[in-house]
Design a protein around this ligand. Structure first.
Ligand code: ATP
Ligand code: MG
Length: 247
């Protein structure tokens, strides 16, 4: 048991979730290292959601609501940290959820399918019996996607995504939204909307935003999306890596 008074309490709880996911077998070994990289950036920003991250979240939610076929892509890390919260966001914005693994094995797909089922969500895509297609005909696991999900989606939320995979999605003309604590990662740089925040804070915050934006006129949402400059916002986000902890 980690005492609540421990200065790194929240962070240690997240580590514990990652370790358990690894023991259960749905997190790839490299997922632990990816978590460590994210953790370091979160430490630098003071483990708080920054203003530019909030701004990016408004844009992301507006884009997802405006989209014809929005999909939330999930991997082992995202699921270990925020499975219930992802399900709640998907329901609130009418998005599909798709298992999407960089190191895709049948066993991990099976375990993740079961995880979402156990959490009350039966409609997950990208499962072993789903129709899988290859984006732009690239015969590679990194380009595989569910026919009714990411393959035919216009807007995809890809939290904690690898740069190679993000590049394939981007090149195929899709609107890419990421949640990534590293503002310098290839995924952050190539996405249309980059939310530099911890997934455990960002997803519930986005669900709250969705409740507000769902009641707004379509034109208001279009304006929110059109007025956004991701490069500028990422630059602003990265300043928090230098000063966030001291604020
Ligand atoms: P890229 O391939 O885009 O250049 P990378 O190789 O640094 O990035 P990957 O392991 O491919 O990283 O992807 C994982 C990304 O997820 C990392 O950028 C890491 O900072 C980020 N990350 C890890 N944990 C979290 C978290 N809890 N919340 C948000 N982002 C996280
Ligand atoms: Mg990578």
């Amino acid at each position: 048991m980690i005492p609540k008074s421990h200065p790194r309490y929240e962070s240690l709880l997240l580590r514990d979730k990652i370790v358990k996911a690894s023991q259960k077998g749905y997190l790839a070994d490299s997922g632990m290292i990816a978590h460590g990289r994210g953790e370091a950036f979160d430490y630098l920003i003071g483990e708080k959601t920054t203003y530019p991250a909030k701004r990016a979240m408004y844009v992301a939610v507006a884009a997802l609501i405006l989209s014809n076929n929005p999909v939330i892509s999930v991997n082992g890390n995202a699921s270990a940290l925020a499975c219930d919260e992802i399900i709640e966001l998907a329901k609130s914005i009418n998005a599909k959820i798709e298992i999407n693994l960089f190191y895709r094995t049948d066993e991990r797909v099976r375990l993740l399918t079961k995880l979402y089922k156990d959490h009350g969500y039966d409609d997950i895509l990208g499962t072993l019996d789903d129709d899988i297609e290859y984006i732009d005909g690239i015969k590679n696991n990194r380009a595989s996607a569910s026919k009714t999900g990411i393959y035919s989606s216009d807007t995809i939320l890809v939290p904690l995504e690898d740069g190679d995979r993000a590049e394939i999605l981007k090149k195929s003309g899709k609107n890419i939204i990421t949640i990534d604590l590293n503002p310098l990662s290839r995924t952050s740089k190539m996405s249309d909307v980059s939310i530099m925040d911890n997934i455990v804070r960002a997803i519930p915050y986005m669900t709250k935003i969705a409740e507000d934006l769902k009641t707004q006129d379509k034109q208001v949402l279009i304006n929110i999306v059109n007025e956004f400059d991701n490069e500028e916002n990422l630059k602003e986000s990265s300043h928090y890596c230098k000063y966030g902890r001291y604020n």
